[in-house]
Structures are given as C-alpha cells and as structure tokens.
Design a binder for this molecule. Sequence first.
Ligand SMILES: Nc1ncnc2c1ncn2[C@@H]1O[C@H](COP(=O)(O)OP(=O)(O)OP(=O)(O)O)[C@@H](O)[C@H]1O
Ligand SMILES: [Mg+2]
Length: 270
Amino acid sequence: MPTPPIVTLQAEGLARVFGRGRSRHVAVQPLDLAIDSQTSLGIVGESGSGKSTLSRLLVGLDTPTEGEVLLDGTTIRRMLGTPSGMRRFRRTVQFVAQDTFSSFDPRRKLRDSVATPLRVLRGVRGEEAEQEILDVLSLLKLDPAFLERYPSQISGGQRQRFALARALVVRPRILMCDEVVSALDVSVQGAVLNMIREYCDTHAVGLGFVSHGLPATAFIASTLLVMRHGEVVEYGPTAQVIDDPQHEYTKELLDAYRRGPRHLRTEVVA
Ligand SMILES: Nc1ncnc2c1ncn2[C@@H]1O[C@H](COP(=O)(O)OP(=O)(O)OP(=O)(O)O)[C@@H](O)[C@H]1O
Ligand SMILES: [Mg+2]
C-alpha cells in the first residue's frame, strides 16, 4: 500500500480566554504545536489545565481568542467557512470528545450515529457501509447488537468505544482523542490503547491524545506536551521528557506516576 501524503495540523500562537473583567480566565495561553500523520502527540496535565479547550480549538469546535489552527498551511477558520471545506476538514481530522454522552444524539440509534459520518463524509452506504462498521466494531470489541440501541442503553465505557468507532469509520488522517480511556475499566484500558496505537501506526494516522494520566499518554505518544494552568511547561520527545524533565511540575507528575499503581505501570507502559 503506498504511503499517503503527510498531513499536518498546526497551532500558531493559539490562545483561548473565557469571560471578561473579573471573570476573565485564560484557559489556553498562546502556544505553538504540530501534529502530523506520522506522529503522536500526548497532551497531559491536571484537571482544569486547558487540555480539552486546546483539543476543541485544534478540531475547530471552538474559536481561538488569538492565533490560528492550520491544516496543511490553510487556516481552519477559512476551511470551516464553506460546506466543502468543512467536509474536507472533518474527513481529515476526527475528534473523540471527553463527554461522550453529549456527543451522541440521545434520540438516534447508535447505528445511525456511526453510519451518518460514513455516508456524509466518505459517501459510503449500504452493504459496504455495514461491512466497514462491523470491521471497526470488531476492532474495538463492541457487540454489533449495540447498533440497535440508544446511547443511554450502553455503559460509559462502551459509549467511549463507540465514539472512537464513529471517528475511525471516517478513516481520518489525524485523530484527536480527549480522555478516551478514562471511563474504561482498567482491564480494557491497555487493550484499547494498544489498538489505537497500532491503528495509527499501520494507517499513518496522526494522533493527538489528551489525558490527565501520564502512563497512558507516555505509552501511546512519541511526543509529550505538558500543560499547567493553560501554559505549556514542557514539549518534546516522550523519552526525553521522561528521562530529563525540565519543569518542576513534570517532575511531580513523574513522581506520582512512579509511585502509582503497579498494575498501570506494567500493563500500560511497555
Ligand atoms: N466554556 C467555558 N466557559 C468558561 N470557562 C471554561 C469553559 N470551558 C472551560 N473553561 C475553563 O477553562 C479551564 C480549562 O478547562 P478544560 O476543560 O480545558 O480543562 P481540562 O484540562 O480538560 O480538565 P479535565 O482534566 O478536568 O478534563 C477550566 O478552568 C475551565 O473551568
Ligand atoms: Mg478535559
């Protein structure tokens, strides 16, 4: 199979401020980063550090206060301004949100939620769509019988895997995942992480992996970005960040991680 051309998602001076006056809050301070279809970027930090805000900006679900996001050099602001540009962007960049409950329409069966992006973004329908959906469900160890259920009729962990399935059927070139394994049972976290890593490697998909958990992030990502209070405190190759952290906060995260549950260390970190 020929390797598809590299796709790059970049942030330049990207920032997000919420509120005004006394309620003004800088959720993301101006930052630069890049994810391309050959790399995996792990974004890690404590709760409230701005990870979800950053990921929503990167996938065009929120508008920056400053700076730009670019896909292969074109601002996504411009792309998202036209229906065809929007389709091209959504076809290339897929997002799995942290809150999977609100990211599914409660009135639609899961089959419909998974089949729609396949039809709208890739023009695949009928038998072919059915087969592709079954293939992705099997990859994620999801029972095809769930397709006839509504989002509220499956567990949080199953819904999280369904959200991943809905993103993967689009065959994106960049996949942004916000806390995709957090609602999963520890026993399946490792399997899902392995699956995502292998999928991205074999299909040349760039990964943005957001998590408050350092072990999972370090396992899956070749590059780590550590956030604190909306600021990037560390950004570099994973091995380098782990071996030689520059910032006090990264050292604290690493200490907590080394003191953490042994099963996570051995299971998740190869
Ligand atoms: N729509 C919004 N309006 C106002 N403030 C917001 C909004 N969204 C996020 N914030 C604030 O921005 C900061 C960063 O939030 P964000 O959800 O990005 O953090 P996070 O790192 O993803 O946290 P968690 O690990 O808990 O998911 C928080 O202080 C949050 O309260
Ligand atoms: Mg979050």
